[in-house]
Design a protein around this ligand. Structure first.
Ligand code: PGA
Length: 258
């Protein structure tokens, strides 16, 4: 079997509910000067859907900068007030979508079945999914790390055609590290990334697991990026807070550890 695989590290920015079209353009004006085109790494942003088109227009001279949406509905159209669909995201210029972010799981009730259905829709829309998984502090403290990751990963992979397994990028984001300033230690990240790859292998086979891009996310900043990128099995990062400042995110994307 041959599988699609881009071995370059991936630096992803999740802007959550920050930055409308104007502040998106302002950010990009600075960021595009601080981060010049490099072909040894990939960079992709997930702005608010209201800013996707402004982002696409502002990055027209920079096809190296990828663009995604933070969420899509599991249906492709219909009476779903407030939601956006995968095909609308493609029309606005997006090439990627997140699925299963812990804020969606906790705040919006995206359970494993919804995450699977959204991932299916992301794929059928022609977008590249980044599926986020991670445990809460309670789950970690009660020794359930491997169980939680296996459940979250298994429910997506077992519901997809095997032919699509290699199209998924994964992000391991411990819930206790998101927006808290508390980062997983390199040892914690390494342990969790091994568990993620084992869970992928169980459903998708060793080759897909070995080649999968698995990001780390949770309080990544310029001061810890090099240590995290050195962890074996960490192929990039998904960054929230520190991606909102052009200087910080450019420092992360330009890191020497990649
Ligand atoms: P953080 O968010 O970098 O602010 O911790 C990461 C994320 O939620 O993807």
């Amino acid at each position: 079997m041959t599988i699609n695989h881009d071995p370059r590290p991936l630096f992803a920015a999740n802007w959550k509910m920050y930055k409308g079209p104007r502040s998106t353009r302002e950010f990009l004006r600075d960021f595009m000067q601080l981060y010049e085109i490099r072909d040894d790494r990939r960079v992709v942003f997930f702005p608010s859907s209201i800013s996707v088109e402004a982002f696409a227009l502002a990055t027209e001279p920079r096809p190296d900068i990828g663009l995604g949406v933070q969420d899509v509905h599991s249906e492709d159209s219909g009476a779903h007030t407030g939601a956006i669909s995968g095909s609308m995201a493609v029309e606005a210029g997006a090439g990627w979508s997140l699925a299963g972010h812990s804020e969606r799981r906790i705040e919006f009730g995206d359970d494993d079945t919804i995450v699977l259905n959204k991932t299916r829709r992301i794929l059928s829309s022609g977008l590249a999914p980044i599926v986020c998984v991670g445990e809460t502090l309670d789950e970690r403290d009660s020794g359930r790390l491997a169980e939680i990751l296996a459940r979250q990963i298994g429910s997506v992979l077992s519901g997809l055609d095997a032919a699509n397994h290699h199209l998924l990028t994964w992000a391991y984001e411990p819930v206790w590290a998101i927006g808290t300033g508390r980062t997983a230690s390199p040892a914690d990240a390494s342990e969790a990334h091994d568990i993620v790859r084992t869970a992928i292998a169980t459903h998708a086979g060793d080759l897909t697991a070995t080649k999968a891009t698995v990001l780390y996310g949770g309080s990544v900043k310029p001061g810890n990026i090099n240590d995290l990128m050195e962890v074996s099995g960490v192929n990039g990062v998904l960054v929230g807070g520190a991606s909102l400042q052009p200087v910080d995110f450019a420092a992360i994307c330009n890191c020497s550890g990649a």
